[in-house]
Ligand binder design. Structure first.
Ligand code: ZN
Length: 679
């Protein structure tokens, strides 16, 4: 509570600072690199509080869940209700009302071919509002998408088109503003020049990761990731404290972000360049983002780390399956090849949209892997009788078998009874590591001396279209879901099903047909993704099997939802009807409100469960029998019925009772409760 208050006090101060009116010069600072395309500067006006210094909570290209942020998030001082202006002349080309996503969103298409997008709106101007409500009433739906023609809703530059809000998947009141070209690419709005936004702070480089990209590579003598905090040596200058030793194919990854003086939020960088020994290996330029491949962010970042601890770290190389065209690389796609014993210099330049630059420099010392006894100094046992635990893990195409306190010269892998000898790769941290390139064949079982471990790879699934896997109680149709080869593992027990791990990204939906054993099926039983939290995936029963689609691998569970959604009236009178609705498991699918059997449009804010009436005509009043029906995602129906006049009478009676009732207080508790209230 105290923390919340302190935080809101800070936010208020930040808001007050950012809200002071500033005279802005419209002189345009040219970003560091010349843009390939020319965008009309000054054509669009700033859509909210134009002419004042603005503060952002999100910028173009920010690394978000399953997408690159396609626009600017303009802060509105933690409140709703600011006028939103048309950025230029044009016509309303799309109106959409949705529960999640952009919430209430408006698209304006301009004569120069660009479209501006305004998201998370509270509502629209009266003309648009009426256009929208008429159609919602005639179709009896709340969530809707409308595509008005060029002559239906024309707007002038600077005309108020909407009021800012917090609808959809918004974490607080703000305006999401986007500029798209005619081909549905999101363009960095800053390319069009908005002097309302200023930033003179260089990006931060917080962490550097060097990662082995196959079984034959090492960083500091080991397989895996080495994570290093760089040292800041000056304004926008970073170095690594030590020389990195490496061999083979190495991936460089960075945790880097931008800051500005007008916002406490972290934003994305928009340009990145890597040079090894003076030669450019990788360039990123986030100026334009096609919507259909924005989800490939999951292979642009280190997805495994993001799923493990929520931090989004970008790769400085292009991973297999990545379809985004924001890169310029050498023939190795930015992967660093070290095949000698020389010292190599690495130079990284990171830029924000405004041309502020940070530079990181470090050295890589080539180091041949030490495999022989004479090199490692570790005597290899001719024979050993290891009986400790062994563990196995798969990182992309490499299988690692690890055994503590042994120097056994090899591990044995089995694939359907066929053995393969894998020599010891190295000993690190008292652990023997045996690395195996799965491109050579899969394995289901690993053994070191007398100890063994199940690997359980059932099949190698190639990332080509239409791959299907079947076993007696399971069929997986991978469709177009894989970015890379998947070494499939599956396990099912009771209501639980596991397919690999949620730490491997998918680019599309895969279809699963699963026959759980010992489960009595019910149409109210559905599949839930239980990787983090619980989200309803659905599922259709086909006999004793359930078919479902998922965009994620990992853990799934069957859960039966027999409970109807709950409905609580909040305010009901002749002018306004509002309720709080919720559902315990599968979630709310739809709601319908009727007064005397006439359908009433209800607006919905899923973040607090509130629904409320929207009149078609202002002079309309509500009276008579009210009925609200709420259905969850498996078809449980919750109903609330009341006669409005009786309800209003009842409410007035209760109010007057409360007014006249003596104030009851527990003996001796009066002063205490006052104190706690003050706290
Ligand atoms: Zn946004």
């Amino acid at each position: 509570m105290i923390i919340t208050r302190v935080l809101s006090a800070i936010l208020l101060i930040v808001y007050l600072i950012s809200d002071t009116s500033v005279n802005l010069s419209y002189a345009q600072k040219e970003p560091g690199q010349a843009a390939k395309e020319q965008y009309p500067k000054g054509y669009f006006m700033f859509p909210i509080q134009p002419g004042r210094q603005a503060s952002l909570s999100g910028g173009f290209g920010d690394l978000r869940t399953n997408h690159f942020h396609a626009g600017l998030d303009i802060r509105t001082g933690a409140v709703e209700g600011y006028n939103v202006y048309a950025a230029a002349d044009g016509y309303v080309s799309r109106i959409r009302v949705m529960r999640g996503g952009y919430g209430n969103v408006l698209y304006i298409t301009h004569p120069n071919g660009y479209t501006t997008v305004y998201g998370h709106l509270k509502n629209y101007n009266p003309a648009i509002e009426e256009y929208l409500r008429r159609r919602e009433y005639s179709q009896k739906v709340w969530e809707i998408e409308l595509i008005p023609g060029p002559n239906e809703l024309k707007v002038k530059k600077g005309e108020i088109v909407a009021i800012s809000g917090n609808t959809g998947a918004s974490g607080g009141p703000h305006l999401h503003f986007e500029i798209r070209d005619a081909l549905e690419n999101a363009i960095n709005p800053m390319k069009f020049g908005f002097p309302e936004i200023q930033d003179s702070q260089a990006p931060i480089i917080e962490r550097v990761i060097l990662k082995t990209l196959n079984a034959y590579s090492r960083v500091n003598g080991e397989f895996g990731r080495v994570s290093i905090a760089p040292k800041r040596t000056g304004s926008g200058e970073y170095v690594l404290p030590n020389i990195v030793k490496a061999q083979g194919i190495i991936g460089l990854e960075l945790n880097t972000y931008d800051r500005s003086q007008t916002s406490p939020f972290r934003m994305g960088i928009t340009q990145l360049e890597v040079e090894v020994d003076g030669k450019s290996t990788y360039k990123l330029n986030l100026e334009k983002m096609p919507f259909d491949v924005s989800k490939d962010i999951n292979v642009h970042i280190d997805y495994d780390i993001s799923q493990t601890n929520g931090v989004r770290i970008q790769k400085c190389y292009v991973a297999d399956g990545n379809r985004i065209s924001i890169y310029e690389t050498d023939k190795n796609k930015g992967k660093i090849f070290v095949s000698d014993n020389q010292l190599h210099s690495v130079y990284v330049k990171v830029k924000d949209t405004y041309g502020n630059t940070s530079v990181l420099t470090f050295s890589i010392q080539g180091e041949a892997p030490k495999l022989q006894e004479s090199e490692t100094g570790i005597p290899l046992a001719e024979e050993s009788n290891y009986t400790g635990n062994i563990s196995t893990s798969i990182t992309e195409n490499t299988l690692a078998v690890r055994a503590k306190n042994t120097k056994a010269p090899f591990a044995i892998l089995q694939n359907k009874g066929v053995p393969t000898k894998v020599p010891l790769s190295y000993v690190g941290n008292k652990e023997a590591v045996y690395l195996y390139d799965l491109n050579r064949g899969i394995a289901d079982f690993a053994q070191v001396d007398n100890s063994s471990s199940l690997i359980g790879i059932k099949k190698e699934i190639l990332p080509q279209l239409g791959q299907v896997y079947t076993e007696p109680h399971l069929r997986i149709d991978f469709n177009n879901a894989l970015y890379d080869t998947l070494y499939l593992t599956t396990s099912a027990s009771g209501t639980r099903l596991t397919i690999n791990t949620e730490k491997i990204p998918l680019k599309d939906l895969m279809t699963v047909l699963w026959t759980p054993s010992g489960i009595s099926m019910s149409p109210k039983t559905g599949v839930y993704d239980i990787n983090n939290g619980r989200s309803f995936l659905g599922g259709v029963w086909v006999g004793s099997a359930i078919q479902f689609k998922t965009r994620r691998l990992g853990n799934f569970q069957l859960i039966t939802d027999n409970e109807a959604p709950s409905i609580r009236p909040a305010r009901l009178d002749s002018n306004y009807l509002s309720f709080v609705i919720s559902d315990n498991l599968s979630g709310i699918k739809s709601f319908n409100c009727f007064v005397n059997s006439e359908w009433v449009l209800m607006d919905y804010e899923y973040k607090n469960g509130r629904i409320w009436s929207i009149k078609l005509n202002e002079d309309q009043t509500y009276s008579g029998d009210l009925k609200l029906e709420v259905v969850d995602n498996v078809g449980n129906l919750g109903t609330y019925q009341v006669n409005l006049e009786e309800y209003i009478k009842q409410q007035q009676l209760q109010k007057s009772k409360k007014k006249h009732a003596p104030v009851r207080r527990k003996p001796g508790s009066g002063s205490k409760s006052k104190k706690s209230r003050r706290r």
